[in-house]
Design a binder for this molecule. Sequence first.
Ligand code: AMP
Ligand code: ZN
Length: 432
Amino acid sequence: MYWDRSTETMERDTLESLQLERLKKTVEAASRSEFYKDRFSSNNFDPAGISSLDDIRRIPFTTKDDLRESWPYGCVAVPKDRLVRLHSSSGTTGRATVIFHTAHDLDAWTDILARAMYMTGMRESDVFQNMMTYGLFTGGLGFHYAAERIGALTIPAGAGNSKRQIQLMKDFDTTVIHIIPSYALHLTEVFEEVGVDPRKDTSLRIAFLGAEPHSEKTRQKIQEYYGVDAFNSYGLSEMNGPGVAFECPEKQGMHIWEDNYFVEIIDPDTLEPVREGDEGELVLTTLRREGMPILRYRTKDLTRFVPGPCSCGRTHRRISRITGRTDDMLILKGVNIFPIQIEKKLMEIPGVGNNFLIILEREGYNDLMIVRVEVLREFFSGNLKQLEQLRRKITEELRSDILITPRVELVEPNTLPKTEGKAVRVIDNRKD
Ligand code: AMP
Ligand code: ZN
């Protein structure tokens, strides 16, 4: 039942000593990177001065902007020839943040993700179909190598191509899938279309749902339709990717592997820790990464600690389902999108007016982004062809930037609602 019993069930004080030992090493390693060297000296922080876990609070936070500004190699703490792979965050908000790994880092990541998958009941006899994008995104290769480490037959199916996904499931008796929850809902329509009932016609038994927020209701729908046991998988590329926190069979929160990550939950305004059990922003520190250690990373994800020990016997603390973000990042079909990206792109296109609105809808099982754009009055003078050309141009420009095809609707100037103060740019009507 355990992949690594002694680590997973380690007494808290032993676990904390291990964390302290690894934190000291991590801080020392970080000080060899250009970025942290500067950060430490400008904050008068002595990297040798960590003598308790509480001392972590003397280290300044790291943000996504810090990573962007130190792009590409500013946070790398080892000679470049020791790096063997890079990954980046999904979405294309400006310059994607890039994370570099040594062979040791990849090995440790694979191990904790295998630990998580094993925890849910996956074994070497399983057939694992990974329905995530392979490439820079961490959900592809990350899960792939972890599944192989468990010894399961691993199908690198990649994302999309729904009919082929179903065919693969049937042909090779797939038992475990890794899938984006919104895609899992969409795929139910394709199952209907091809007349395959996953409960009767496939051997599916476990699903890992990750990469985007989803509700308990969505999990239940997926469990019911597919006839699987579905587990929430949380991660972010800055902290390797998947494997950071994962549900055990109790499904009362996700265990964070604290031998690999130091966890804090802070009030995003005061930056002080919240009271145990209160909601706040998750802040993570890598404890085992040598290529690119990251200290006190502000994930912007909101969650809380689930109090008390878990009845599964694992001692690593749990966090609740992610309830939102402190910034305005949207996640659509697993792709991260910031409204500012859309604004920037729109404003570059001649003919676009002053206001726009993003509306997210769920159509059947599909998530849809509608971008309603005010355009100059002259486009409404009767030449419909010109208007349609502009609509196509906007659609194409946005698609190439955010990687998702929005439904673009053009409206006359001054027709979109105006708000006093901060503009409301996004209306999210996606409900379960
Ligand atoms: P990326 O770095 O591109 O993998 O994106 C990471 C972000 O995706 C996280 O910071 C979360 O906002 C979101 N995310 C990933 N997994 C989950 C999950 N299981 N539940 C909610 N949000 C998630
Ligand atoms: Zn548990």
